[in-house]
Ligand binder design. Structure first.
Ligand code: WTA
Length: 679
């Protein structure tokens, strides 16, 4: 793996001393003399704004002037934009900062190299504990330029899409930024996905280039990533070249199509002319699950996405120059894109690339890392917190966590017990816990307790407050706006914001149908939410057939598609159920074909193999219940609502069964479920 020439931490410490002193000064002035310009320099010209709440009101009521000021000051433009926005949610049209030209990699690298070349950009927390490697902004720029030149030499150009199948590591970040530098889009595929899932995403993105590593290392285990790519590209005729970085010493088989990444990079110049990109050119595709079997490639564009990731990173987490930001999400997910890579780097921050797992080599891994790297903001997932609670407080207390100032949570609802533990044990009660709600579609955090007035309350397990420019609303089942508080409904957004996705790659119609047609004039999130008496938001969960397993989003239809391919299976229904560590687990109801005779253990093995080969291991069913038939409506639709109630043991909540084709099917399902649990 490409290693930096030298490492330096002194610079960061020096910056931290200087900046935190000036920040304290602002805080000490207290609430009465709240100075919006000190809190957010871009807001200096906003008239009559005093306090965070007023700033939020302004950002929503004067969206044009808010985003105009923030975009001009926070991003470096090659050419300034002509119009702030041209959006119409009723048409699903979203355009921001048109006429503007910029380069995302210049915003993330060059401008910091000009002011502080030796500041640490990345700290690569390798799987092998205690072997972290630091990369300065200068080194990351050099790496990115070499990669950009290499991609250009191999014919990658503006408008192409490069697929990146790598673990979280510096070369993965440099690959993303190299694409941005030369104007190509990237498509990062989570390295836990199987070859078939990878192939489907490569084909849909029509990539000619794939970047990968020989092997991945995670939790002490080796993953044969190159081999997975080999299998995938067999069914991807568009692929012309595969670049292979060396994460381990192991030589892997190379064909004519494969090139050793580091060797090729050495041949390249360390200067690479950045492409001047339009604000609305594509920055990346990122595939995520929806309620059909086919994953959707959400498209994010240059300026709006970067601005929103940077602004939320700065203000939700209270990130300041010199802080060390530790987001432990994999770069294969949107959290890794926005808060490991783009947000922190656009802000000139120091960001941690976490390659390992929370329990490797032991359950103290996160907190050992916090102590060693002096992490200030830690951003993780509730599923990991729940797992760590089980191992006991001693694993946390063993390490010095005094550097921590903010703790973030993302990906799924955080239950009160996990929230309290995170706050009390990890943060010693002195770090605000920010439960951040957002999605691949939203590009960045939309609802979170921070920023808020300095001493404003934080309610456990609630995302609470909309970010600047965000206007959430709740809708009832008839599509009417719910205006009162203390009410629940479908969570929609009434206004566009720069970070939102622009389309689904190759399927704009699906984009419109999924997000804009359910509630005309609004963006529909797919989630339900409760708005408290005080006006705070709490996410109640998905309203569609998408589930969240250990923070990994997966459509139940995707799993059903695979289960149904098994030759023994006639049909199936997959639902999520409440799981005390994973948040949700996978429960599959399976009807066998007539005359099929198969042992349950064999079936379970077969289905698990198929799901991990075609999707990923995390999507494997935890329970498989054989059924003679599934409860259906008279029109033949599987009643998943009924199945969910049975699995949740909420038989009183089964509701109206009169629309069922044959209500006796429900009784069989209930009995089968009880039998399975008693095993
Ligand atoms: C869920 C991850 C409750 C939600 C950034 C959303 C949450 C889906 C929270 C998006 C939260 C995310 N509380 N639920 N704080 N954050 N979700 O696209 O259902 O992987 O729609 O983006 O995760 O998952 P995605």
């Amino acid at each position: 793996m490409w290693l930096p020439c030298k490492c330096t931490t002194k610079y960061v410490a020096a910056i931290r001393r200087g900046v935190s002193a000036s920040f304290l000064h602002v805080l000490r002035r207290g609430r009465s003399s709240w100075n919006s310009a000190a809190f957010m320099p871009e807001s200096a010209g906003f008239e009559g704004v005093s306090g965070r709440d007023a700033l939020h009101d302004y950002s929503v009521s004067h969206g044009e002037s808010f985003w105009d000021a923030v975009a001009r000051q926070r991003l470096s433009w090659i050419r300034p934009f002509d119009a702030v926005q041209d959006c119409d949610l009723s048409q699903g049209r979203i355009k921001w900062f048109e006429g503007g030209k910029l380069n995302v990699s210049v915003n993330c690298l060059d401008r910091h190299v000009h002011t502080c070349p030796e500041r640490v950009a990345l700290i690569w927390e390798r799987d092998e504990q205690g072997s972290e490697v630091r990369y300065t902004y200068r080194e990351l720029l050099e790496m990115t330029c070499r990669l950009g030149n290499l991609l250009r030499r191999y014919g990658v150009k503006k408008g192409d899409c490069v697929t990146i199948y790598m673990p979280t590591c510096p070369l993965a970040v440099a690959s993303m930024l190299a694409c941005a530098r030369i104007g190509a889009a990237h498509n990062v595929v989570f390295a836990g996905f199987s070859s078939e899932a990878l192939a489907e995403r490569i084909r849909d993105a029509q990539s000619s280039t794939v970047i990968t590593v020989n092997q991945g290392v995670r939790g002490g285990k080796i993953a044969e990533l190159k081999r997975t790519v080999d299998a995938a590209v067999q069914s991807c005729p568009t692929v012309q070249q595969v670049f292979v970085a060396m994460r381990t010493e192991k030589q892997v088989e190379m064909t004519d199509r494969d090139f050793a990444l580091e060797e090729e990079m050495l041949k390249e110049d360390v200067v690479c002319e950045p492409a001047a990109m339009d604000s609305e050119d594509v920055l990346f595709l990122l595939y995520t699950s929806g309620s059909t079997g086919k994953p959707k490639g959400l498209v994010h564009t240059q300026a709006g996405y970067l601005l929103y990731a940077a602004l939320t990173h700065r203000y939700v987490f209270g990130y300041h120059d010199g802080d060390v930001f530790g987001c432990v999400a994999d770069i294969g997910w949107i959290t890794g894109h926005s808060y490991t890579v783009y947000g922190p780097l656009a802000n000139g921050g120091t960001t941690v690339l976490f390659e390992s797992t929370p329990v490797y080599p032991d359950p103290g891994r996160y907190w050992d890392m916090v102590e060693r790297l002096r992490i200030n903001q830690f951003y993780g997932a509730p599923t990991a917190i729940r797992l760590l609670i089980k191992y006991g407080d001693q694993w946390v207390k063993k390490y010095d966590r005094s550097s921590l100032t903010t703790l973030g949570s993302v990906g799924e609802p955080i239950n009160t017990e996990a929230w309290e533990w995170y706050n009390r044990v990890v943060g010693e009660g002195r770090c605000p816990v920010v439960d951040t709600w957002w999605q691949t579609e939203t590009g960045g955090i939309c609802i979170a307790p921070k920023p808020s007035e300095p001493d404003a309350e934080i309610v456990p397990g609630m995302a609470m407050r909309p970010f600047f420019g965000i206007k959430p609303v709740l809708m009832d089942t008839e599509g009417k706006l719910l205006t009162s508080n203390n009410t629940s409904g479908a969570l929609c957004m009434a206004q566009p914001w720069p970070g939102m996705a622009r389309t689904i790659h190759n399927n704009h119609q699906r984009f419109l149908e999924t997000y804009f047609q359910p509630y005309p004039g609004y963006f529909f999130t797919g989630d339900g939410a409760y708005r408290s008496q005080e006006g705070y938001y709490q996410i109640t969960g998905r309203l569609d057939d998408v589930i969240n397993v250990s923070g990994h989003r997966i459509g139940t239809a995707e799993i059903e598609d695979v289960v149904n391919q098994c030759s023994a299976v006639a049909e199936s229904a997959v639902i999520g159920y409440s799981h005390n560590i994973k948040g949700q687990g996978v429960y599959a109801f399976v009807v066998l074909k007539k005359g099929v005779d198969i042992q349950e253990a064999d079936l379970s093995k077969q289905l698990n193999n198929m799901v991990s080969e075609k999707i990923a291991k995390y999507a494997c069913p935890d329970f498989i219940q054989l059924a003679k038939r599934l409860p259906k409506t008279r029109s033949g639709k599987i009643m998943r609502r009924v199945l969910r109630k049975v699995v949740d043991s909420d038989l009183d909540g089964l509701g109206d069964l009169s629309t069922l084709d044959d209500p006796a099917a429900v009784q069989e399902i209930i009995e089968g479920h009880e039998k399975l649990l008693s095993k």
